[in-house]
Design a protein around this ligand. Structure first.
Ligand SMILES: [Zn+2]
Length: 264
C-alpha cells in the first residue's frame, strides 16, 4: 500500500483542521508540510507541528503577497531563530502579477527573496517557491544564492525554465490543478518523475467558477496523484512511491521521524 505526502498546505487557514487531518490520514497521507506565509502564520505552523508531531512538518516563509505588511527585519529574525525546528523555508518567492506588484514592486520582492535564499543557503534548508510570472527570475536568484534544494511549487512556467530547473537538480510540485490547467499539465508531463512532488496548496479553491468547484484539503493530494498518473499514463503506485521518496529525501523526513521517535 502506498503512502503520500502533501508537500505544500496552508494548514493554519483550514477550518475544522482536526477533521481535515483525519481525512488525510484515511487518504494514506503520511505527512504534511505546513508552509507559513508571514509572521503570524509562521507562529501558527510551528504550533501545529508540535500538536501533530511526526505528521505535520513546518516550513517558515514570507509570501510575496504579504510583503506590504511585513516588518522585514522582525520577520527574517523570527524565521532564522526558529529554523532549526523547520524542514524548509517557504512559502517565499516572486509574483509579477500586476495586482501583486502594486503592493510590493519587483525590487522589494527581489530584495526580500534574496535575504530568504541567504538563510536557506546558510542553514542548508530546501526552499518552497512561489514564482508566478517570474519563473526565470526566481530560478536565477536561487542559482545565484547557491541554494542546493528548491521546489518550484505549482509550476506553470515555460518548458525552457523547467529544463533548467531540472538540470540544476531542483523540483517542481503538482497540485490538483493537474486535472485541468493547461500550463501546469504540460510541466507535469515534461518533468522527470525523480524531480516531481505532490501537494494540494490547500485550502485553495480549485475549478473555481464551475459546477465542480471545491475547496481543497490535504486529503486531496490523492486527486493530485490520480491526475498525475492519468496524465503521464503511469501507475498510481509508481508515482506515489517515487514522489514520496523524493519528498522524504528533500525534506529530510526520515531523520525527522527518527528524532521524533527518540524524543517521544
Ligand atoms: Zn501556497
Amino acid at each position: 500500500m502506498y503512502r503520500l505526502i502533501d508537500t505544500h498546505a496552508h494548514l493554519e487557514e483550514i477550518e475544522n483542521l482536526e477533521q481535515a487531518i483525519n481525512q488525510a490520514r484515511q487518504a494514506r497521507v503520511s505527512a504534511i508540510i505546513a508552509v507559513g506565509s508571514d509572521y503570524e502564520s509562521n507562529q501558527k505552523v510551528l504550533k501545529l507541528a508540535e500538536e501533530y508531531q511526526g505528521y505535520v512538518y513546518p516550513a517558515l516563509g514570507l509570501h510575496p503577497w504579504n510583503l506590504a505588511k511585513s516588518d522585514l527585519e522582525r520577520d527574517l529574525a523570527f524565521i532564522e531563530a526558529h529554523l532549526a525546528q523547520a524542514v524548509g523555508i517557504g512559502e517565499v518567492g516572486l509574483d509579477y502579477d500586476k495586482r501583486v506588484r502594486a503592493r510590493a514592486d519587483k525590487e522589494q520582492q527581489v530584495t526580500t527573496f534574496r535575504e530568504l535564499l541567504k538563510l536557506a543557503r546558510s542553514y542548508d534548508k530546501p526552499v518552497l517557491i512561489h514564482s508566478r510570472y517570474a519563473w526565470r527570475d526566481a530560478l536565477v536568484l536561487v542559482e545565484q544564492a547557491q541554494v542546493n534544494k528548491a521546489v518550484f511549487h505549482w509550476y506553470t512556467g515555460t518548458s525552457s525554465v523547467l529544463r533548467d530547473i531540472v538540470a540544476s537538480g531542483y523540483y517542481i510540485s503538482a497540485t490538483p490543478a493537474v486535472e485541468y490547467h493547461q500550463e501546469h499539465r504540460r510541466a507535469v508531463r515534461e518533468v522527470a518523475l525523480e524531480r516531481l512532488l505532490l501537494e494540494t496548496d490547500s485550502p485553495v479553491v480549485y475549478r473555481r467558477g464551475t459546477q465542480l468547484e471545491y475547496q481543497s484539503r490535504p486529503a486531496d493530494v490523492l486527486r493530485t496523484l490520480k491526475g498525475v498518473a492519468a496524465l503521464r499514463g503511469t501507475d498510481e503506485a509508481e508515482i506515489a512511491e517515487v514522489t514520496t521518496s523524493n519528498a522524504i529525501r528533500l525534506f529530510g523526513l526520515a531523520e525527522q521521524q527518527d528524532l521524533d521517535q527518540r524524543s517521544g
